[in-house]
Design a protein around this ligand. Sequence first.
Ligand SMILES: [Ca+2]
Ligand SMILES: [Ca+2]
Ligand SMILES: [Ca+2]
Ligand SMILES: [Ca+2]
Length: 273
Amino acid sequence: MNVKNAFIFTSLLFGAVLSGTNSAEAASFTSNVTGNDPTKDIILNSITQNGKNINNFSYINKAVIQYNTPRTNDPNSGAASTDRGDKATSPLATAEDPTGNAIAAFLGNNNLNNIIDTEDVGAFTIDVFFDSQITKDNSGLDSLFFWERGMNSDLGIQALDSSGKVIGTYKIVNQTRNSSNYAGFKIDTTEIGEAQKVGSWGVSLDWLGVTKLSGLRLTANSSFSGPDFKIIARKTTPEPTTILGLGAVAAIGLLRRRQWKQSSVWEQRDFVR
Ligand SMILES: [Ca+2]
Ligand SMILES: [Ca+2]
Ligand SMILES: [Ca+2]
Ligand SMILES: [Ca+2]
């Protein structure tokens, strides 16, 4: 390959990589799990979306309860509580009136049978934060993955910046109600008497109107039918396009220098002809 062809080839490769990365907004995904007993651990190994495998996750590691409907003598009072499969393991004992640390512990692992259960007419505002910043990329994959037990509830979400300030647009995740978004497994937790189907849905940063986030403000009001949920984020990794892009820029620079060096030789040849 001569210098000119090498230059064209590099440019084409660079262009192809740039144009091939922005696929249509994804949303549904496949949960690849170990465990099929609704009462026991259901461990998420990876997610498949758009034919790509995701196995590098960011987990929730902090939760700040802004409001959680107080408990009364009524066993069905309150709102968000920590819950697990009847025979599943969990980092802590379940609690009807959990602390922020307990909420983070139940959400912050890959056991899809450790969740937050919400009473039907309960309300909450809980800020959760991930162990690393989630940044928009060109992978065409969603950044946030939601599961909801029962496929019968809504969950309000809005992005939080690193200082805990709400940014972007408030959205309601209700696609987990759609029968076509069945995650392929059921769970039977301590709060319910029989196994219920789990629905899932992926969310992009675009949908939330942000290019990066550190956490999410989660909300439910009395009309949301008490969301029973799990949330895991796709860990942001360096862009392959950026690495390749920098490589291409370096290659172009090198080729130009070679061209410049050889140009005097070519001019002499032309003169001879
Ligand atoms: Ca409860
Ligand atoms: Ca539910
Ligand atoms: Ca049960
Ligand atoms: Ca519920």
